[in-house]
Write a protein of this length. Structure first.
Length: 95
């Protein structure tokens, strides 16, 4: 059974590196961030190196975005690993 890793803030920096690394280790990656274009580039790289995964837009400062993300995750399956790497700038609270 393939393990699922959910990584927020996956479009750049540490989240991007962890997504790629875990995909190489055999995890199915659920990459989440605000920038869908950057996520799609990441997933293209993961897929071209034999990894598997999907990308989903997620804005952790928006409760609507979080609920939509939750519904999409339920279709894929329960993650065995969650890396909560997304940040919120000072002054941006859930709306």
């Amino acid at each position: 059974m393939t393990q699922i890793a959910l990584i927020t803030g996956a479009s750049q920096g540490i989240g991007r590196s962890l997504s790629f690394h875990l995909a190489q280790k055999g995890y199915y990656i659920i990459a989440a961030a605000r920038s869908k274009d950057k996520l799609d580039t990441l997933l293209d790289e993961i897929h071209s190196n034999g990894g598997k995964g999907s990308s989903m837009a997620l804005d952790v400062s928006s409760s609507e975005s979080i609920y939509q993300f939750k519904r999409e995750i339920e279709v894929i399956g329960v993650p065995s690993l969650i890396i909560n790497n997304a940040g919120i700038e000072d002054g941006y609270l859930l709306k």
